[in-house]
Design a protein around this ligand. Structure first.
Ligand code: ASP
Length: 414
């Protein structure tokens, strides 16, 4: 049985087992199963996180130095940025459109959430300018601190500089380039080994998620949850595949078949960062993206390109405005979109990161930050789908960039 099939079956078993556990809360069966599931999922997530920083570091150093050596870096960079901005803008438009078409939040009694909002600790004000200052201060730091703290964005920036330097130093740094390449290959071999545990890890993660979530809370916010999830799925199942087909000339079915392992892992972990080792492997081995392109575009995208998060933040801001009976003007909606774009850029690829950066989106148009307390209880569930779309976008962009730089690559290599 192929690994993809095993992962799929494991996901189905995990969901079913989670529902079963939900039927027997506070029983010894529940407690023991939850303990075992916790151990199994921690091993899988722990191994992925263990590989994350060295993998990102080596893949960007190798990717950037190969691209720069082949004279392709600036083109790859431009196409990647253009793709990120285009897909995120489309996601934001969809987010706003879904909130308008379905009037999410209108007619819902805010009184239901008064207690949660009152108990929520008022977060510090987060404006785009303070956000930018923090972003720079957290990104340009001592690389050793970044490695030990697992500060992925800072590692990406340092690796980028190092990759460039290795090429500009020419023959002198050939040994370091070779070592980096071999180190990257070692990391990828470790990823293959960890992937063998993916079915078990995914089964445990999903069972634990379903068993511990209070699914009844969903019903209070059912309309919002359905609309936002439906729109996110529309973006991932229609908009992105269409763009892939037009600009990447790839059949979406081939894409989904090749990336199934990474997409299911994103769903189960709700973390683009934890999924990165698998996304990188799927992009290179199943979609045929050249390693130097995937090695640069996928890690970069996993930190900075988050369509699902941007869509969610825009729709959620409008939901909260409707809930408290505030009509946002057209200009305010544009402000929501721009701030949601910045917020999705700054959100790290970890569970519920979008909730933290959403404070900035709410405050940008004067909505109360405490209102995120309304969405927090269901966030872990909604995060599953938006993380899938975040990860999907990164792999899709790597296909498009690869296609549009292939001819250049061929001529540079000959
Ligand atoms: N969990 C998402 C991710 O890792 C980020 C978010 O909370 O939206 O991509």
């Amino acid at each position: 049985m192929s690994l993809n099939t095993q992962i799929f079956i494991a996901a189905v078993i995990g969901v079913a087992f989670g529902f079963l556990l939900n039927l027997f809360p506070e029983t010894p069966f529940f407690t023991v199963s939850l303990y075992a599931l916790g151990i199994a999922s921690s091993i899988f997530i722990g191994l992925l996180k263990m590989l994350l920083v060295p993998l990102i570091f080596s893949s960007i150093v190798v990717g950037v130095s190969n691209l720069e050596a082949g004279g392709q870096l600036s083109r790859v960079w431009k196409i990647t940025l253009a793709c990120c901005v285009t897909t995120t803008t489309l996601a934001l438009i969809l987010g706003l459109a879904c909130a308008h078409i379905f009037h999410v939040g209108q007619g819902v009694d805010i009184g239901l959430f008064k207690e949660a909002m009152a108990q929520h600790q008022s977060p510090a004000t987060l404006t785009p300018s303070s956000f930018l200052t923090n972003f720079i201060q957290n990104t340009l730091i001592n690389p050793f601190k970044a490695f030990s703290d697992g500060n992925v964005l800072a590692v990406v920036v340092f690796a980028l500089f190092l990759g460039l330097t290795l090429v500009h130093g020419g023959e002198r740094f050939k040994t370091v380039r070779n070592i980096s390449r071999q180190f990257f290959e070692i990391m990828m071999m470790l990823v293959s080994w960890v992937m063998k545990l993916a079915p078990l890890g995914i089964c445990a993660l999903l069972a634990k998620l379903i068993a511990t979530e209070d699914l009844s809370i969903l019903s209070r916010l059912a309309e919002f949850a359905v609309v936002v999830t439906g729109t996110t799925i529309f973006h991932g199942a229609v908009v992105l595949p269409l763009l892939l087909w037009i600009f990447g000339k790839m059949n979406p079915i081939t894409f989904f078949k090749g990336t199934r392992a990474a997409l299911i892992t994103a769903f189960a972990t709700s973390s683009s960062s934890a999924t990165l080792p698998l996304s990188l492997k799927c992009a290179q081995e199943n979609l045929g993206v050249r390693p130097q392109i995937a090695g640069f575009v996928v890690p970069f995208g996993s930190q900075l390109n988050m369509d699902g998060t941007a869509l969610y933040e825009a729709a959620a801001a409008l939901f909260i405005a409707n809930l408290i009976g505030l009509e946002l003007s057209f200009t305010q909606q544009i402000i929501v979109c721009l701030t949601a774009m910045i917020a999705s850029l700054g959100a790290p690829g970890i569970p519920s990161a979008g909730m933290v950066t959403m404070i900035m989106v709410l405050q940008s148009v004067g909505l109360p930050a405490e209102a995120i307390a309304i969405l927090l209880p269901i966030d872990r569930l909604l995060d599953t789908v938006r993380t899938v779309v975040n990860v999907q976008g990164d792999m899709m962009i790597s296909v498009v960039v690869d296609r549009h730089t292939r001819e250049m690559g061929a001529s540079a290599e000959t």
